[in-house]
Design a protein around this ligand. Structure first.
Ligand code: NAG
Ligand code: NAG
Ligand code: NAG
Ligand code: CA
Length: 347
């Protein structure tokens, strides 16, 4: 090949790579809103990450510049290097997108906080932020962590919740999740009352919060995943808990779903039990046998707050995360989520 053509080819290649990078430079960070200092700290952390990624991308293009100078030499080598750079750049860009989507989630949290500030002035019960379904109605459509403002009228404190804004139309407040398996669910009454765990990982929202959130007509959705990645769900209308005085007794309406048999109905109209409070309908102490807090009857047809067993260990015990109607009494599931939303919710 004549030297001129090779040089031109190399240039063309470099130009293409450069154009692939350029749009990432142009992306402006989403606009800042100033709400409170706590939020600011998070925002700064995030922006630094974005900044750093952008710097790295800029560095890549500086290295492209160096390559330009070398283009007189061996062009195959240049093209190879350019391709390698392009690959790295692509990886950086996808990381940037990742960070920016996290950032937009934070932004929507900012929105809630603003709302909170506005609300102290204009709140009426009609536009109260009550749960994730009311947030959805206010156009918060990104799944993630939100802060529900305190409400004196409803007697509720500020509460951090995880909203599922995607499943079956969204608007779900997640009340329980098992998927990581690092924390114990064999906890006492007080911990089950107040809630425990990590809102982004495994947690129990707290019986007192669930009781309060299910005071108005509420749907409960239970999502189950086995170790092969199959997902099933069970859904109930008229889900509610009684108050602590009545031991957070469970009430369920009719079942719809795909979980084989309904394995929560057996626990209907049953009080909550923990290792330090035996409210079950058995001479045995179910919470001790099944190692969780649950609406134990005598004892279980499901045990969603049981012990998390990993693959290989998941079929050997009776105290795992079970749903008898799908896999029987000894198969511990890989992932479970329980979530609620208002019965009159319309996506
Ligand atoms: C760019 O990256 C190279 C290789 O990783 C590094 O040696 C150099 O210091 C970086 N330059 C800047 C400005 O970050
Ligand atoms: C459950 O289904 C029965 C029979 O279809 C119906 O009569 C009843 O009203 C339903 N209950 C609820 C809570 O929806
Ligand atoms: C659950 O128990 C309550 C109270 O006994 C009852 O009214 C309701 O129909 C029951 N739900 C189901 C699904 O059986
Ligand atoms: Ca008992």
């Amino acid at each position: 090949m004549p030297a001129k053509v090779t040089a031109q080819l190399a240039w063309l290649c470099i130009l293409t790579v450069f154009l692939a990078i350029y749009p990432a430079w142009l992306q402006k960070p989403p606009k800042r809103r100033t709400v409170n200092s706590n939020a600011q700290v998070k925002m700064t952390g995030c922006c630094n990450e974005v900044k750093e990624l952008k710097l790295q991308i800029a560095n890549m293009s500086a290295m492209m510049g160096e390559l330009n100078k070398k283009q007189e030499g061996d062009w195959v080598n240049v093209v190879m290097q350019a391709m390698k750079l392009e690959e790295i750049t692509k990886r950086l860009e996808s990381r940037l997108t990742d960070v920016e989507s996290k950032y937009s989630e934070m932004n929507s949290q900012m929105g809630i906080m603003q709302l909170q500030a506005a609300q102290t002035v204009t709140q009426t019960s009609a536009d109260a932020v009550y749960d994730c379904s009311s947030l959805y109605q206010r156009n918060y459509r990104i799944s993630g962590v939100y802060k529900l403002p305190p409400d004196e009228f409803l007697g509720s404190p500020e509460l951090e919740v995880y909203c599922d804004m995607e499943t079956d139309g969204g608007g779900w407040t997640v009340i329980q999740r098992r998927k990581v398996g690092l924390i114990s669910f064999n906890r006492d009454w007080k911990q089950y009352k107040e809630g425990f765990g990590n809102i982004r990982g495994d947690f129990w929202l707290g019986n007192e919060h669930i009781y309060r959130l299910s005071k108005r007509p509420t749907v409960l959705r239970v999502e189950l995943e086995d170790w092969e990645g199959n997902i099933r769900y069970a859904q109930y209308n008229h889900f509610t808990l009684s108050n602590e005085y009545n031991s957070y007794r469970l009430f369920l309406g009719n079942y719809t779903g795909t979980t084989g048999r309904d394995s929560l109905r057996y626990h209907n109209n049953t009080a909550f039990s923990t290792k330090d409070k035996d409210n079950d309908k058995c001479v045995d102490d179910c919470a001790k046998f099944r190692k969780g807090g649950y609406w134990y009857n005598c004892c279980t047809d499901s045990n969603l707050n049981g012990v998390y067993y990993r693959k290989g260990e998941h079929t050997k015990n009776m105290d795992g995360i079970t749903w008898y109607g799908w896999y029987g009494s000894t198969y511990s599931l890989k992932r479970v989520e329980m979530k609620i939303r208002a019965e009159d919710f319309k996506p």
